[in-house]
Design a protein around this ligand. Structure first.
Ligand SMILES: C[S@@+](CC[C@H](N)C(=O)[O-])C[C@H]1O[C@@H](n2cnc3c(N)ncnc32)[C@H](O)[C@@H]1O
Length: 322
């Protein structure tokens, strides 16, 4: 769409025009959703506010920005990379093609962890004070929460942190927790650290190849270890959407066909060494390997293991306790 074809358009007409352009590449509903996200981003107003001021045309600078965004989108670049930002668990994150775009399934993983913590009565769950209180974990053991108790505060590690979304969302919602995050990618770690500053979350970032046992020594022990590791097999590549395949980092996505559970096995062994008694391990998983990932946790002597489906009814998360 040419910039001058947008000029003088009232904003609702503009939304329709953007949608029509995008429909050559996206389905109608997705195109309509994208059109509003673009307008919200450019005007800095929420959709409801834009609707109220519907007859005010955007200025020349805004039209120019819309036109550039459309050009990038028409090349198949994901909107989050075009805008350079996204939302995850109600927080804003910068994203670049060096990191995976945070997904809704991963928000569900964060939700599951926070619900489990809340159900265990943790005083660290956001909104509650960090008192010196004994907390019985699902694993059946007791840990002391709160530094005032003279005990270690709840600590967590996110393995393969990417944009930092899991670690930062957990840190923001488990006040007083000590949060660590690691990744093999320096570029991801740099961006994750920017996101931590943006969200005022104190996180300790470590560069580590989790498949290399020699790097494990630099980590202390944790109450929670979580990971959304690379889990798409090479043979699943052909079924993937082109805008994922062409734009998202392959280091974050793929694992060889010969050993699709490679990361899960390594991280489960790492967790067996690094989790405190009663500590918990959470994974996001490939829907094709639910029972196999559970079996892996069982074989690695994790207890109270469970498999959780995502909102689309797909096997998506597993959990086990040490
Ligand atoms: C599926 S992405 C998850 C990113 C982010 N946690 C999320 O949920 O959006 C997997 C991440 O693991 C990292 N990674 C890949 N191989 C790794 C390794 N051997 N050790 C540590 N991190 C690794 C990638 O760089 C990538 O950031």
């Amino acid at each position: 769409m040419k910039e001058n074809s947008l000029q003088g358009k009232a904003i609702r007409a503009l939304a329709r025009e953007i949608r029509a352009s995008l429909q050559t590449l996206y389905e109608e509903r997705e195109a309509a959703g994208l059109a509003w996200i673009i307008l919200e981003n450019i005007t800095g107003s929420r959709r409801e506010q834009i609707m109220i001021r519907g007859d005010e045309p955007p200025d020349a600078g805004q039209l120019n920005a819309i036109s550039q965004i459309l050009q990038e989108l028409m090349k198949g670049k994901p909107l989050q990379y075009v805008l350079g930002e996204t939302e995850f668990y109600g927080l804003k994150f910068k994203v670049t093609p060096s990191v995976l775009i945070p997904r809704q399934e991963t928000e569900e993983l964060v939700q599951w962890i926070l619900q489990t913590e809340a159900a265990s009565g943790s005083p660290l769950t956001a909104g509650k004070t960090s008192a010196a209180t004994a907390v019985t974990t699902m694993g059946g053991t007791t840990r002391m929460a709160g530094e005032a108790a003279g005990k270690l505060p709840l600590s967590l590690l996110d393995v393969g942190t990417g944009s930092g979304c899991i670690a930062i969302a957990l840190k923001k919602n488990l006040s007083g927790a000590e949060a660590w995050a690691c990744d093999i990618s320096d570029k991801a770690l740099k961006l994750a650290s920017e996101n931590a500053s943006l969200n005022e979350a104190e996180i300790r970032f470590e560069h580590a190849d989790i498949l290399d046992e020699q790097t494990w020594g630099r980590f202390p022990s944790f109450d929670i270890i979580v990971s959304n590791p690379p889990y798409v097999t090479e043979s699943e590549k052909t079924a993937m959407a082109v805008n994922v395949l062409d734009h998202e980092p392959h280091l974050a996505l793929f694992v060889g066909n010969d050993d699709p559970l490679r990361f899960y096995r390594a991280i489960a062994n790492f967790a067996l060494q690094k989790l405190r008694p009663g500590g918990s391990l959470y994974f996001e998983i490939n829907e094709a390997f639910g029972p196999q990932t559970l079996e892996l946790l069982r074989e690695t002597s994790f207890q109270h293991i469970s498999l959780q489906k995502d909102l689309n009814g797909k096997d998506r998360m597993v959990r086990g306790f040490k």
